[in-house]
Design a protein around this ligand. Structure first.
Ligand SMILES: NC(=O)c1ccc[n+]([C@@H]2O[C@H](COP(=O)([O-])OP(=O)(O)OC[C@H]3O[C@@H](n4cnc5c(N)ncnc54)[C@H](OP(=O)(O)O)[C@@H]3O)[C@@H](O)[C@H]2O)c1
Length: 216
């Protein structure tokens, strides 16, 4: 299965790409071909050193959508609408939003759009046939990149498309020790997205780093 990452050169995208590559064909998307190539070269060197026989492929964001069955939107919330306007071909694709609309003020604050969440905004912007899910909202970029550490986290997944949600949960359960949980319809994503500013506040006020969640 091919997974495309829009904004795959970023903090979360690079780590995700390396964690996914041993199991799936990963396309690292970018607005700039050269940036994607550099990111893939570094990722491939890291994977090779660790004995993995797998390769990340550099792509434009559009190619990362066109050639993949699952597309992860690893871009900041403030650039979400503008970026989606420049892209097409989402019909029948599973589109995963890890996007958390939040701001750092005196403390971290959840700042959702009028639709209620980033995931619902994605659903509104994309064509009806895009199969929108939210997932991966609560795993810190540093943890994705720390390949020596297992990812021992719970991952809530929201979607109105039951089959797409099952497929995304299957992908999640292949990565390290991640455990996917069905969190319900896409309308629940606001609650999941709001967990990240909470985790960042907990990290800050308790002098912790990269706090995550586990359901047990
Ligand atoms: N960082 C975390 O720990 C974390 C954890 C959980 C969820 N998330 C969510 O994951 C998403 C990505 O976070 P991140 O920290 O990886 O973001 P980031 O590193 O700031 O940016 C990711 C990528 O977005 C692209 N981008 C930047 N500005 C853009 C613009 N003006 N228009 C279009 N694309 C642009 C860039 O790719 P190119 O320049 O190559 O096009 C960049 O590499 C966010 O929505 C965040 O809420 C992040």
């Amino acid at each position: 299965m091919k997974i495309g990452i829009v904004g795959g050169t970023g903090d979360i995208g690079e780590g995700m790409a390396m964690r996914l590559a041993p199991h799936f064909d990963v396309l690292v998307g970018s607005r700039e071909k050269e940036k994607a190539e550099i990111s893939c070269q570094q990722g491939n060197e890291t994977l090779k050193k660790r004995g993995h026989e797998c390769y990340l492929s550099a792509a434009s964001n559009q190619k990362a959508i066109d050639d993949a069955e699952i597309v992860i939107l690893a871009i900041p919330f403030r650039h979400l609408a503008g970026t989606l306007e420049t892209l097409h071909g989402f019909d029948d694709k599973i589109v995963v939003s890890p996007i958390n609309p939040m701001e750092k003020r005196e403390f971290f604050v959840f700042v959702p759009p009028p639709e209620g969440s980033a995931a619902l905004l994605v659903k509104k912007i994309l064509p009806e046939r895009a199969r929108v899910c939210s997932a991966f909202n609560t795993i810190a970029a540093n943890k994705w990149k720390a390949l020596d550490e297992e990812l021992v986290y719970s991952v809530p997944v929201c979607s109105d498309d039951a089959a797409a949600k099952q497929q995304v949960m299957k992908v999640i359960n292949t990565i390290s020790k991640l455990q996917a949980f069905d969190a319900g319809p896409l309308a629940v994503s606001a609650m999941v997205e709001s967990l990240t500013p909470l985790l960042l506040n907990i990290a800050r006020y308790n002098r912790m780093r990269d706090v995550g969640i586990q359901f047990r």
